[in-house]
Structure formats: C-alpha cells, structure tokens
Design a protein around this ligand. Structure first.
Ligand SMILES: NC(=O)C1=CN([C@@H]2O[C@H](COP(=O)(O)OP(=O)(O)OC[C@H]3O[C@@H](n4cnc5c(N)ncnc54)[C@H](O)[C@@H]3O)[C@@H](O)[C@H]2O)[C@@H](O)CC1
Ligand SMILES: [K+]
Length: 499
C-alpha cells in the first residue's frame, strides 16, 4: 500500500502481527517494561481525563500483559491521589515477566475478582484480556461483565474491551462495553469490525514508543479507509477536462417496473463526477425512463447484439450492472461482455452468477479489466458460500478470500464495509452513519464507484473512495436520509491537503 500505511493512524495491525512487533522491539534492545509503563500511564491519564471526579477506580487485572498494564495504571492512579481498588483474575503468584514486575511494583493488595461488588460511582478499568485473548472469556470474567453491565458502570478498556477478539471483532462469550478504549501503536481489526467496534467507545491509539518502522515492517496491508489511501489516484481528476476524459459511464436499467434503482445509480454517477452518464434501457422501459431523466442520457439496449454494437464505442469505459436489473441469463451475458472494461457488478448482477460463478471469475481473470463486486451479506453468501460459512475468518479475511477467488475487488457491505483486492490489500470503512442503510443506498454507492472507474481510477481505489464519499454523503444528509438526498449530498472529492 502506498504512503498511507506508513501513517500509523491509518494502519490496522492484527494481534499476531502486534506480537511479532513486540518481539522485534525487545530484540532491538527496547526495554519491554518501559513499553508497559507507557501503556499503563496512558490508561491512567485517559481515566483521569474522562473521569476527573470518580469516587473510585476499579481496576480488573488479567493473567497476561494486559493485566500488567492494569497494575501500572492502578499504581499511577493511586499516586495521583485517586481512590483505587484492584481485583485480579487468577493467581497473581503465577504472573510472569513484565506483568509480574508491574504487580510487584504496584505493591498493594489485589483482591480476588469474584469478590467484586459494584458501587454506583465506580469507574472500571478493564485490563483483563487484550490482544492475547485466545478463546472464550473465562466464566468468572463473563460473570463480572454481567455485574458491571447490570450496574451500568462506565468502562475504560485497555487495548480492547475484554471479550472482543482483536482479529475479528467477534465477541468471545461476553465482553465489556467501553466508553473509551486506549490501544497501543495501531488500531486492530477488532476495533473497526462489528460487533467489536460498537463496544469500544471512543478509540485512542497511543504511541508507547515502538519505532514506526518496526510496526510498518510487520503490518500486512490492512488499513482504515481514509482519503490518503486513494487521494493520489483521484488527484488527476480535473473537473475542467473534456467530458469524455472524465469518462462515460453506462448504467443498465431493468424492465418497466424496476427502473428506479438504475436511475439512482446513474444520478449518483453523474453527481460523483462521470463526464457523461447513459442509462441503457430495454425497449419496454424506454418510456418510463425517458419520463424521468434530464442530464442522464438514454439508450435502447434490448439484447446482447445491441450491446455488442454499442461497445464499438470505446469511449464507453465504465458500467454499472445489477441494481433492479433482474436475475438470469441476460445479466450473465451482459456482465461477461463488460468485464474487460470497468464494471461494477451489484445486486441482481451478482445473484445471477450464484450457480455459474466460475464463468465470471475466469472471465475476469482472463480479461484484465477493472471489476468491483459489491455484495451485501446475503449476496456474499450466495456467491461465496464456503467463505461465508467459515466461522474462523474475520470479515476482512472473508473479503480477501473472495477477492482472491474472483480476481475482482470486493466491497463487502455493512456498517463496517470492507474493500479488498485480489492482492490481499484491504481497508475498512469507518465513516458511515447507521442511517446510511436506507433503501436505494447501495444503488447510489454503485453509481459513485462507476463514476470513479469512468474517470480512470483503479478498481480498489475507486471502490474505497466511493465508500468514503458515500459515508460522507450520509453524514451530510443526516438521520432522515433517503437515497435521493444522498445523491444530492455527494461532495466533491477531498483536496490534496485533507487527511
Ligand atoms: N507492544 C504492545 O502492544 C504492548 C502490549 N501490552 C499489553 O499486552 C497485551 C497483550 O499481552 P498478552 O499477550 O500477555 O495477552 P493478554 O494479557 O491479553 O492475555 C494473555 C494471557 O491470558 C491467557 N488467556 C488467553 N485467553 C484466555 C482465556 N480465554 N481464558 C483464560 N486465559 C486466557 C493467555 O494464556 C495469557 O496468559 C496487550 O493487550 C497490551 O495490553 C503492553 O504491556 C505494552 C506493550
Ligand atoms: K482489556
């Protein structure tokens, strides 16, 4: 990935990668206890900043280094004059290494965790498990989660709310729901994938002093979808250029009773910067489409022969196929003809290949075109059932596997949309408000991707930039968003200086 990944704010590092970074840091002579001290101090500072008048900080410490951070935080909070109670999960005599040292330095009594009784003014510091959580949260910890939830106490999480799997964002049995999470060096997939993301509260990524080059060396091409990921590819898109240079996007309409979805895509494509947009309509739907279009042009394309003739115009460079199109042979024939240019395959376009996916994947591999597929969860299951059913994989890993198999860029939709390329590169989109999940929203997204492809952006960047602009449009529109309002609120691509 280009420069964006060297900015640690945009990186996602998996727990195994982070463990390797820790080892490299120790190997390069950095004192690992000083890292733990920085981590614990950052947690203490966050807790005091957020809850300056807490009656009592209750620190839960686990059996590993996450617990070690907790002991440091407890010592720092005590030194600041705060009232602190510390509860340990497991036998503190079995603590090892830095965690044992942090426990010894704390020097006060650690109470056994089952004795914890919530008090109404408690602020919880959760240092039970972090990146090292390897299986379901132990029963004893699950019970404490229940007590804290029931009492409605605020939780500040160390690294991750205990119970959230840092690789997948899944909840391992139960988890705390934090108001604030302090993680170290870089965010983990579990902070941005659902349901984990919904339980982290605000996320603080604190630099504990591991050199960035050590983190970057282990990071495997995952990031957060920020403009820096695709801005360089968007920089050449000068709105003043001749309209054909801005590309000609074609969107395929369904029959007379299902034309609205394609018109939404077309309108979004025009708004997002395609130079020309044509709605390709079957004969029967021409009157209804004609009655609703102004800036978008209309072309009658009834069958594959019509399409073949139209494709002689090489300026037609990007296509959206699927919204409202209808499932079946016609969708398959059209899609296979379009793979060698730039194609967004969405909705019915995806479902049409449920039983015939290898035809599509082989054609994409052979054609060398720019293809983006935009499945929601159900469509993903239809097209990639074996990947969808693999419970061990995270949403990122599923999208990566699907991209590799299909040779296309996969935009896997949801509140935590993932964009993955066949190379394994992937980003998670984080700017989408919940109300973006409105009828027709996906059609708008497909149109924005199409506009980017028409302007010559490579498929990965086209999809990532579109997910981001779609999220921004949702924010600008507000809670009452309809798909038409989203189109109106697609903002220009951000300038070079935006981060
Ligand atoms: N560079 C870094 O990232 C640093 C990480 N630090 C902390 O170290 C943490 C990672 O430490 P660890 O690798 O020791 O991991 P954890 O402290 O998250 O937990 C690991 C311990 O719990 C056990 N365990 C895992 N799952 C369990 C389960 N379900 N039930 C019972 N026991 C279970 C493991 O055998 C191990 O003893 C991070 O979350 C962070 O808080 C800090 O100390 C500073 C440096
Ligand atoms: K934790």
């Amino acid at each position: 990935m280009p420069n964006a990944l060297h900015d640690m704010r945009n990186l996602l590092v998996t727990p195994p990668e982070m463990q390797a970074v820790d080892k490299d840091a120790a190997g390069s002579g950095i004192d690992s206890f000083s890292l733990m001290r920085s981590a614990g101090m950052a947690v203490s500072a966050a807790a005091l900043r957020l809850f300056p008048s807490a009656a009592r900080f209750v620190v839960f410490c686990g059996p590993g280094n996450n617990g070690g951070d907790g002991y440091v935080a407890a010592a720092a909070l005590t030194a600041s004059g705060a009232n602190v109670a510390l509860y340990a999960l497991g036998d503190t005599g079995k603590l090892k290494g830095d965690a044992a040292r942090a426990h010894a330095a704390y020097g006060r009594e650690a109470i056994s965790i089952e004795l914890y009784e919530p008090q109404s003014q408690d602020v919880i510091i959760d240092a039970l498990f972090g990146a090292g959580l390897a299986r379901e949260l132990p029963d004893q910890a699950q019970e404490i989660v229940g007590r804290v939830d029931q009492a409605g106490l605020p939780v500040v999480a160390v690294d991750l709310p205990s119970g959230i799997d840092g690789r997948t964002g899944e909840i391992r049995g139960a988890s705390f729901t934090a108001v604030h999470t302090v993680t170290f060096m870089a965010a983990k997939p579990g902070h941005v994938l659902m349901p984990g993301r919904g339980r982290c509260g605000t996320l603080e990524v604190f630099d504990i002093g591991i050199p960035a080059r050590l983190v970057a060396a282990r990071a495997g091409g995952l990031g957060i979808n920020v403009p820096a990921v695709w801005r360089q590819c968007a920089a050449g898109l000068d709105p003043a250029t001749h309209k054909f240079k801005r590309g000609h996007l074609a969107v395929f309409s369904g029959g007379p009773t299902s034309t609205g979805a394609a018109r939404l895509s077309a309108a979004a494509g025009l708004r997002a910067g395609a130079g020309l947009v044509t709605l390709a309509s079957p004969t029967e739907a021409i009157p209804v489409n004609a009655a609703h279009l102004t800036a978008v042009m209309l072309k009658e394309i009834g069958n594959a022969a019509d399409l073949a003739e139209w494709l002689k115009d090489s300026r037609l460079n990007a296509f959206v196929l699927g919204p409202g199109f209808g499932i079946g042979e016609k969708a398959r024939d059209f899609a296979l003809m379009l793979c060698e240019r730039a194609l967004v395959l969405d909705a019915d376009g995806l479902t049409s290949f449920k039983e015939r996916r290898s035809e599509l994947f082989d054609r994409i591999a052979a054609s060398g075109g720019q293809v983006v597929m935009t499945p929601h969860e159900g469509e993903f299951q239809r097209l990639f059932p074996e990947i969808a059913a693999d419970g061990k994989l995270s949403k990122i890993e599923k999208a990566q596997a699907a991209a590799k198999l299909s040779h296309a860029v996969i935009l896997s939709k949801g509140p935590d949309t993932v964009i993955a390329a066949p190379s394994g590169r992937a980003v998670v989109n984080v700017n989408a408000p919940p109300w973006l999940a409105t009828a027709g929203s996906g059609d708008v997204l497909a149109g924005i991707i199409g506009a980017h492809l028409a302007q010559g952006m490579p498929a990965f960047e086209a999809a990532a930039a579109a997910a981001w602009r779609h999220g921004e449009a949702g924010r600008r529109t507000g809670r009452s968003a309809t798909a038409e309002m989203l189109v109106e609120n697609i903002a220009p691509l951000p300038e070079e200086s935006a981060s």
